[in-house]
Ligand binder design. Structure first.
Ligand SMILES: [Zn+2]
Ligand SMILES: [Zn+2]
Length: 434
């Protein structure tokens, strides 16, 4: 039976600099040895260019004699064998963690073709790159360069499945398949690429997980918090047979009522439990953009004033106070799906609002984005009188599919990547796309 997928090309288009980043100038440089093609004439002895938006076109600032163009193209080979650390085009001012609490500007090195144009008065850079090269880069961008080889192999297969399935296809209308960030998959080109991760890509080349003749929609997140979440807790569209709740530990312990958060909180045997990483250099294994910490268990304090601001920002409602917060429904991993806010509106009347979706809840209860929606309110008893709320939670991310820290925990006790994948995507089959 032929295997079907969403991306019907060997090239994936990655949005690197987006119009919303509002960047008017970028510098791109490369090594003199790079095999380069471009539509800019006179690049023979030049190894860097500064591109600026000028008169509705793009000018090369350091080549004063070149004319303004609508699009600039730069290309270099991108077969997985040609890659090495920092191979390709060195691009400054790329946004990482777009809209999240860890947003920053980084420098990335990109293989393949760069297509630079203008949209809404700002620069737009799309990287056309071979899928296998992309996948090798994503695996290291999502993980640190010191990650164990089975973790890298698992992450590589998962990144390949996710890219080929292209189930979310959030950006097709904008002219690219995926963005470079956590919204899709974190991609920093060859910047942190190691021989280790390249080896994982070459050794697993073409390997995908398949369910019912289709490349699976391999979701993953940073830390499930102890139990992997069900697809339908987080997204619309019903259940997905291989994205189901399961204990992220060596034994499938007996279940308990979803609302028994304390029992869930006390569970520390999971593969992603912070106790497994006590003597591990997490920063080296989890990637450079991440803030430190495991996020298996966490606590956050937020002022009610900040929640009222968010309520206004995301729903348009103007309230003078938050008086009660009620959890209406949790998924199996304790992630809240529906949450009910009770407060007082600007006319002094009682007001109510349902916060729907894991995403909406994480947005509402943080200055940027909360680690997860699996939390309880620690000061619920005194909430009426307090000017802040204290959230006690588990996990980082939506928790569906592969748990990256759990996969790290498994690899650290020598569980191979095929068993890691089998654990997180039950019922799927690992096969090779030739
Ligand atoms: Zn995206
Ligand atoms: Zn986990």
């Amino acid at each position: 039976m032929p295997i079907s997928s969403g991306l019907n090309s060997e090239i994936i288009r990655v949005g690197i600099v987006l119009p919303e980043d509002k960047i008017q100038e970028i510098t791109i440089s490369w090594s003199p040895e790079l095999e380069l093609e471009s539509n800019i004439p006179d690049l023979k002895d030049v190894h860097n260019i500064s591109l600026i938006v000028e008169n509705d076109g793009i000018s090369v600032k350091n080549l004063p004699n070149s004319s303004t163009q609508a699009t600039i193209a730069l290309a270099c080979p991108d077969q997985v064998e040609s890659l090495s650390t920092k191979y390709g085009f060195h691009v400054d001012s790329v946004v990482a963690g777009r809209g999240f609490h860890w947003e920053k500007r980084i420098v990335v090195d990109l293989p393949g073709k760069l297509d630079i144009s203008i949209q809404d008065g700002s620069l737009k850079v799309i990287n056309f790159v071979n899928v296998e090269a992309y996948v090798a880069c994503v695996a290291t961008s999502e993980m640190g360069s010191e990650a164990p080889s089975d973790l890298l192999a698992a992450q590589t297969v998962v990144a390949r499945c996710w890219s080929l399935a292209l189930a979310e296809a959030k950006h097709l209308a904008d002219g690219y398949d995926v963005c470079n960030d956590d919204c899709c998959q974190r991609y920093q080109g060859t910047t942190y690429l190691t021989t280790h991760s390249l080896k994982a890509a070459i050794e697993t080349r073409g390997e995908v997980l398949v369910y019912d003749g289709q490349v699976i929609d391999a979701r993953y997140s940073k830390n499930c918090g102890g139990m992997v979440e069900a697809y339908d807790t987080v997204w619309e569209g019903g259940k997905v047979p291989y994205l189901i709740p399961l204990w992220d530990g060596p034994k499938q312990k007996p279940g308990y009522a979803v609302d028994d958060f304390e029992k869930h909180y006390a569970y520390n045997e999971a593969y992603c439990s912070s106790k497994r990483f006590e003597n591990v250099n997490l920063a080296g294994m989890l990637g450079k953009v991440d803030v430190s910490g495991s996020y298996y268990r966490w606590e956050q304090v937020m002022t009610k004033a900040a929640i009222l601001e968010n309520l206004k920002k995301y729903t348009g409602l103007v309230w003078s106070s938050i008086d009660d917060i009620r959890v209406m429904e949790r998924g199996p991993s304790a992630r809240i799906k529906y949450l009910f806010l009770v407060g007082t509106d600007e006319n002094g009347k009682m007001a109510e609002q349902m916060v729907k979706s894991e995403y909406g809840i994480r947005q509402m209860f943080s200055d940027s984005f909360l680690y997860s929606s699996a939390f309880v309110i620690k000061n619920a008893e005194t909430l009426m009188d307090d000017d802040h709320i204290v959230l006690r939670g588990v996990g980082w991310g939506h928790g569906v599919g592969l748990c990256q820290m759990g996969a790290l925990g498994m690899a650290l006790i020598n569980i191979g990547y095929k068993d890691i994948l089998k654990h997180y995507y039950p019922g799927t089959k690992l096969t090779s796309l030739n």
